[in-house]
Design a protein around this ligand. Structure first.
Ligand code: UDP
Ligand code: MG
Length: 317
């Protein structure tokens, strides 16, 4: 079902019992300042350890436009967002964080770009209010995405994005267990507008993204959307084999020219260790891919939904 002039706001919720109601209130206030678009809110509880689900259920009980999806296991933001996308009914879909960091009052600047013909419009934050480690992580992530996902250099993904409905529908076709929104998005469209905006500080609490979680997500994204690491592995293999061949020829020729030279133990050791190391790296990369296929085939699903509230068509998935 797709309703014109309806914006579906999708909010992945994790540890936000103190902040999410303000975010929802701000969305409602912002939308009520104009009369072209109506709103619905699809809040996804990503199995948060706090009591955000009760907050969401309370809000949903008084406002039918607030829909709640309760996941029974924490699978991270990317899976939560896709779970939300499966239940939207708007012609436009807007991602918003639950911690007040997205400047929700500027949402119509994004909507305007989509009305002008872009498939997606993304907030491009001027100053990232983040710690050093996170900034370093984002920089590495950005460079890797340019290399592995052919991401245009000037696209910088943020959490505040408006997408046309068809983009979301295509994205939900991806039902593997380790989704990576950036990669999925770029494989659907590159007709993306960047809109400069100021990111806010978190209203409360701390980021749910630890270094370990972020690392896992990069690995997901890069192995799921690119075989370039495998190609690099093969190229390395060819390069090393070529050097080995040249060295072998050199040893043979030296022996012919001067039969008295002694076959060296150290050169053999060096070659074995070097080639052994390279093989381990190659096997590791291969293992990463094979592992994902294996886990993908035996996983019970990308996200597991315990219950939904205010959603009529429960069997949509
Ligand atoms: N999030 C989630 N599951 C998680 C961790 C985070 O759904 O396991 C959501 C969180 O509720 C928020 C968004 O992802 O809406 C961004 O998370 P956070 O604010 O912690 O990250 P940051 O702002 O540091 O990127
Ligand atoms: Mg945040």
């Amino acid at each position: 079902m797709k309703k014109e002039n309806l914006i579906s706001f999708v909010i992945p919720c994790y540890r936000s019992e103190k902040t999410v109601s303000n975010v929802i209130k701000e969305i409602i206030d912002t939308v009520s300042k104009q009369d072209k678009y109506d709103y619905e809110i699809v809040a996804v509880n990503d199995c948060s350890p706090d009591n955000v689900i009760s907050v969401l259920k309370d809000l949903a009980s008084t406002n039918k436009k607030i829909k709640v999806i309760d996941c029974s296991i924490n699978k991270g933001k990317h899976a939560a967002v896709l779970a939300g996308y499966r239940y939207v009914s708007g012609s436009l879909v807007c991602n918003v964080d639950d911690d007040g960091q997205c400047p929700v009052d500027h949402v119509f600047e994004l909507v305007e770009q989509v009305e002008n013909g872009y498939d997606m419009a993304m907030a491009q934050y001027k100053v990232k209010k983040e710690g050093l480690i996170k900034r370093f992580g984002s920089a590495v992530n950005n460079k890797m995405s340019v290399w592995l996902l052919d991401k245009p250099k000037d696209f910088k993904f943020s959490n505040f994005i408006v997408r046309k409905r068809f983009v979301c529908d295509a994205m939900t076709q991806y039902n593997q267990p380790f989704p990576y929104l950036e990669g999925i998005s770029l494989s659907v469209t590159r007709n993306i507008a960047m809109v400069p905006m100021e990111e806010r500080n978190r209203a409360a609490g701390r980021s749910g993204y630890t270094f370990k979680k972020s690392l896992g997500i990069w690995m997901n994204g890069f192995t799921a959307f690119s075989v370039k690491p495998l190609r690099l592995a093969s190229l390395m293999g060819i390069f090393i084999a070529f050097i080995g061949l040249l060295y072998g020829l050199y040893v043979i020729i030296r022996k012919i020219v001067d039969p008295s030279v002694f076959a060296g133990y150290s050169s053999i050791m060096a070659a074995i260790l070097f080639i052994g190391g390279v093989i381990m790296v190659l096997l590791g990369i291969l293992g990463e891919y094979v592992g994902r296929i294996y886990v993908g085939q035996s996983s019970p699903g990308q996200s597991i939904i315990r219950e939904t509230y205010n959603i009529e068509n429960e069997n949509k998935e």
